[in-house]
Write a protein that binds this ligand. Structure first.
Ligand code: ZN
Length: 330
């Protein structure tokens, strides 16, 4: 797996992952085996991009849905092909003969039929009805492509719900890595197709510094450091700001970018000044009227309302990581 598009680093990530890695996913019956492959995929993606942060954040930003959800789409497409597309072929005839229309509870979990039916159940698709009744006269390949797109949208919705459930709005955003990431990029997760990378990655510029910042793979933000000097694991909410010691303040994105008296002024003079001018020019809400979390999201390019213009978007992407100090003081 590796990005290969000539103009963008991430534009073809979806194609690379879905064609080279999981074509046999529909035949894997054990959830443990799917989990093992997910772990391999996470490591492969991190190594290919040299971004060693939170795996969930990296998958969400680069547009690579979890394999257990991709498996649902493969099985649903397989069922569509056997029952609605090529019903007169030998595989379709065998499938129809051997698989009786029993209820899901009556099927054995080790059978392919069970996994197909379970996938359709998870995707809220009836196994008996044609999912594209209004397109029955179209060419088979066209119908399959339309069905594929519908499934991608459904999977995006399921994945979005999974992610948002990890970080309910009533919980504080700094209690763990995943919750912090999801709270900050909540706007980005509302994009219709989560199989596509986040908007800021779909350009020809080098967006790796910002990707590392968003996926908690930098040393700029103290709470991103997973390991202490003695190689022991540091929980996210115990990554204290070294500038503010002996006060034990969690050095998360919000503190580092907005509140820390030592690091936050570094981002303000250039970035915020140009941003407030642009907000005025487009008659948008003023910078001070945004909540601290919205301001942090804006720093990390997630606030859709503020980044409607590509020029503003790209200029922010280029500059934000360079405002931050490379090393905390000793
Ligand atoms: Zn501080």
């Amino acid at each position: 797996m590796f990005p290969t598009h000539p103009n963008t680093k991430f534009g073809s990530m979806e194609i690379c992952c879905t064609t080279s890695f999981p074509p046999n996913l529909r035949y894997i019956q054990s959830t443990t085996d799917v989990t093992k492959r997910q772990t391999s995929l996470n490591i492969s993606l991190a190594r290919a991009l040299h971004v060693y942060g939170d795996h969930t954040a990296l998958l969400a930003d680069t547009g690579v849905p979890p394999l257990h959800l991709i498996q649902y789409t493969h099985l649903a497409q397989f069922h569509f092909r056997l029952t609605k597309m090529h019903s007169d072929t030998l595989p379709a005839t065998l499938f129809k003969t051997l698989n009786k229309p029993l209820a899901l509870n009556n099927l054995h979990p080790s059978t392919l039929d069970y996994h197909i039916r379970n996938s359709l159940h998870q995707l809220h698709i009836s196994p008996l009805l044609d999912p594209l009744p209004h397109m029955i006269t179209l060419a088979q390949k066209c119908r399959e492509r339309v069905y594929h797109n519908i499934l991608n949208t459904t999977i995006s919705t399921l994945w979005r719900m999974e992610l948002l459930n990890l970080a309910p709005l009533h919980l504080p955003h700094n209690n763990c890595r995943k919750a912090s990431y999801i709270h900050i990029v909540r706007d980005n997760l509302q994009r219709r197709d989560l199989f596509k990378p986040a908007q800021y990655l779909r350009s020809h510029l080098d967006q790796l510094p910002l990707l590392r910042l968003r996926t908690q793979a930098t040393s700029y933000i103290p709470s991103h450091l997973h390991l202490a000097n003695n190689q022991t694991y540091t929980p996210y909410d115990q990554g204290y700001c070294p500038f503010c010691l002996p006060l034990q303040i969690v050095g998360n994105e919000l503190h580092t970018l907005l509140h820390c008296p030592h690091s936050s002024p570094l981002s303000h003079p250039v970035a915020i000044l140009s941003l407030t001018c642009t907000l005025r020019r487009y008659d948008l809400c003023s910078w001070s009227s945004h909540t601290p979390l919205q301001q942090t999201s804006t720093h990390l390019l997630t606030s859709i309302s503020l980044f409607q213009t590509p020029t503003l978007n790209l200029s922010r992407a280029r500059t934000i990581p360079h405002f931050l100090p490379c090393q905390p003081p000793l």
